[in-house]
Design a protein around this ligand. Structure first.
Ligand code: FRU
Length: 507
């Protein structure tokens, strides 16, 4: 199809589709749902999945995301929300509609790139004429102001995958190399059901040459047959705060890898490696580490900053997963899934650490009455949080004389139990309002040895994030609980010292 035909198709269809999306957003009941998060990004209507095109411009965080306003009817747009304080989010019109011949079955995931005064967004145009047949094109949208978005008239800029790869070829990430040329990584599936990542290089961001695919020379072959499809590549560099070394990090989402003991237990996994990227080879990576151990978590992406902005590395992820589109939010209120809180990443002796960012600067947490108390075989509600359904809580527990301690969210009739016994964390949501009966509801994780637990808990109506072990262990999940009798309760077995307890409501 020629560009002219592309264009004609685009003009007619995009207005129409965009208008329909706006109407769906205007008619939405999502915000009336008591489960709709207050400070997490959730779709104004329909379905959300991966975060896309994340960027920080003039101090404003812009989040784009996979957005299906007519869900369960297909049609994936790029939704758009922005925030200055990472608490209040403004919803904007979608940035990309799947209105062109080359993206008609979905404007799939991608990244943003600061190109002079403009932002260029690279994404995958999905075309799926049949259940089995598909094509995936890499496409470009440009914007001068993050309000007006134009599809590049020469789209698609990359028509198809290189030889040896299937049309499962998506989620481009573009960055500038040290020599001034540009690189693109694309998630891929090799012929023969093998996950892989493809590199391309360009001198003008428009014409791309295949460079080769990612190799891990130090991994002993581990990644040669590692799942059947690799999605959402994210390369970035950071300085290790312990060694002072500059390291490359790759976060990606390999599909179809086996679970290992307590790790990689979701339908699709997310992990990272740390090392040195030279050309198409990633040196020093011997194994993959799971980034978040929660029930719902996928497709993380790091925010792009303007070239002169050296602020911290911040990312967010989808608190969701494939094949889990049956949440109770859908039938009555017509929305499903949300994103995580933005999280600052640091590298500590080769391990990524995560810290949630909520509000400008650090949140001030206020001491709670239970702080400093000793609990002996009994329950203690956190009085200040009674009925508060969006909050941040930090508790430091001394467990030397304890059989265990549970932090219980919810009420007797519906709750989630976050339990500490020895050095094991057990999260049990089998008694939640939505127990997700099809999947595993109790998950245990090994924490570092020691008698103390330091838990940072972020809860926002129906989404909960746990940060432990200085942010090296993170657990994200959806928590559907009764709305009326919500409480946070500490439950002690034996003697539990509440060394410190502080919280703030965020609503
Ligand atoms: C990951 C993913 C991406 C794709 C997008 C489609 O969840 O499958 O690979 O671009 O979602 O919505």
């Amino acid at each position: 199809m020629s560009n002219v035909e592309h264009k004609g198709y685009l003009e007619v269809m995009s207005d129409d589709l965009m208008q329909r999306a706006r109407e769906a957003m205007a008619a939405s009941r999502a915000g009336l749902d008591p489960d709709f998060p207050v400070f997490h990004v959730a779709p104004p209507v329909g379905r959300l999945n991966d975060p896309n095109g994340l960027l920080i411009k003039d101090g404003v965080y812009h989040v784009f995301y996979q957005f299906s306003p007519f869900f369960p009817t297909r049609g994936v747009f790029w939704g758009h929300a922005s925030s200055e304080d990472l608490i209040h989010w403004t919803t904007h019109d979608p940035a990309i509609a799947p209105s062109s011949a080359y993206d008609r079955d979905g404007a799939y995931s991608g990244n943003a790139f600061f190109n002079g005064d403009e932002v260029w967004m690279f994404y995958s145009g999905n075309v799926r004429p049949g259940d089995v047949t598909r094509a995936s094109h890499q496409c470009l949208v440009t914007t001068p102001d993050l309000e007006h978005f134009a599809k590049y008239p020469g789209n698609p800029i990359i028509d198809e995958a290189p030889p040896g790869f299937t049309p499962h070829y998506r989620d481009p990430q573009v960055w500038r190399d040290t020599d001034g040329s540009y690189r693109m990584a694309v998630g891929a599936k090799r012929i023969g059901q093998i996950g892989a990542m493809v590199f391309l290089r360009s001198h003008d961001l428009l014409h791309w040459e295949y460079e080769g695919d990612l190799e891990f020379p130090d991994a002993g072959g581990l990644f040669d047959h590692f799942g059947y499809m690799w999605e959402c590549p994210n390369f970035f560099a950071m300085t290790d705060e312990v060694t002072g070394e500059r390291r490359d990090v790759l976060i990606w989402s390999p599909q179809g890898i086996p679970a290992r003991e307590e790790h990689f237990r979701n339908i699709f996994a997310v992990g990272y490696v740390v090392g040195r990227l030279e050309g198409t080879r990633f040196y020093g990576a011997t194994d993959i580490t799971e980034l978040d151990m929660g029930f719902e978590y996928y497709a993380p992406q790091v925010f792009k900053r303007e070239p002169d902005d050296d602020g911290p590395l911040t990312y967010l992820a989808w608190v969701g997963n494939s094949a889990t589109d049956d949440h109770p939010t859908l039938p009555e209120y017509g929305w499903i899934h949300c994103l995580s809180t933005p999280r600052v990443l640091t590298l500590h002796d080769g391990k990524l650490r995560q810290r949630p960012v909520i509000g400008r600067g650090d949140l001030t947490l206020n001491p709670l009455a239970v702080s400093g108390k000793t609990l002996v075989d009994g329950e203690q509600p956190v009085a200040e949080l009674e009925g508060v359904r969006s909050f941040v809580l930090r508790v430091r527990l001394g467990l030397a004389r304890a059989g265990g301690c549970d932090v219980v969210l919810g009420s007797p009739s519906s709750h989630v139990v976050i339990g500490f016994r020895g050095n094991t964390l057990t999260v049990d949501r089998s008694a939640a309002r939505y127990p997700d009966v099809k999947r595993q509801q109790v998950r245990s994780l090994t924490l570092p040895e020691g008698d103390e637990v330091d838990l940072l808990l972020v809860h926002d109506r129906s989404v909960t994030e746990l940060y432990l072990a200085d942010g090296e262990i993170v657990f994200s999940m959806r928590t559907f609980l009764e709305h009326d009798a919500f409480a946070v309760t500490l439950r002690a077995t034996g003697t539990v010292e509440v060394l410190q307890a502080e919280a703030t409501r965020v609503d």
